[in-house]
Ligand binder design. Structure first.
Ligand SMILES: [Zn+2]
Length: 214
């Protein structure tokens, strides 16, 4: 989204996890091919891609708690285009909607939606592995069943980022079954459906269509 704003062109855009819990460390990350030193890190950030700084790993932006505009108490979630045409008040209760990140970026943008900055490092949107397992099992991401399946995946296939980014799909299928392999393939191909977050409500990313599994 930041590629829409020319004022950000001179910056190397990075993506970092917040640290509310150990489990969430590394769900967003920067890909660097440098020696492990502070000067090398600084140099990669200053110079930007293609040398040293290779890109970012991120959640799908729709998963954020404030992607679209909305009013959570009324269950109202709306696209900024709708806000522009219909106004910024909740159609249910009349209160001012909480403006989302996408709306703000579009206000600051001086390029058309979908623009890709020339020479920019790539970004790779991912879905946390526990969320994929949760969707497949039909159980909450914090349940014991999901934790057990998740730990089994790490033992058989490697680290979470390796599984999501680079382990061959047929290796995942052999170790963990066709549903996990297909889920990872779809995330890599960005074949997912999203329900954007709004007004403090997390968005949802799904890889399977309703009724497709289970
Ligand atoms: Zn309302």
């Amino acid at each position: 989204m930041n590629w829409l704003c020319a004022q950000l062109d001179r910056y190397t855009l990075v993506s970092n996890s917040d640290a509310h819990s150990c489990e969430r460390l590394g769900r967003e990350a920067n890909l660097l091919d440098i020696e492990l030193s502070y000067p090398a890190l600084l140099g990669a950030l200053r110079e930007g891609p293609p040398r040293g700084f290779l890109g970012t790993v991120e959640l799908f932006p729709e998963e954020g708690k404030y992607h679209y505009d909305g009013h959570r108490a009324c269950g109202v979630c709306q696209d900024p285009a709708r806000t522009r045409s219909a106004g910024s008040h909740c159609p249910v209760c009349g209160r001012e909607l909480t403006q989302g990140v996408l709306n703000r970026v579009l206000q600051l943008a001086d390029r058309p939606d979908g623009h890709r900055r020339e020479g920019a490092a790539d970004y790779t949107p991912l879905v946390p592995l526990k969320e994929l397992v949760s969707e497949i099992l039909g159980k909450g991401a914090q349940t014991k069943a999901v934790a057990a399946a998740y730990e089994g995946l790490l033992e058989s296939c490697g680290s979470e980022l390796e599984i999501l980014l680079s382990v061959p799909v047929h290796d995942i299928e052999r170790a963990a079954g066709d549903l996990v392999a297909e889920a990872v393939r779809r995330v890599r191909e960005r074949e997912v459906s999203t329900e954007p977050g709004y007004d403090g409500q997390y968005g949802k990313v799904r890889v399977f269509r309703p009724g497709e599994i289970g």
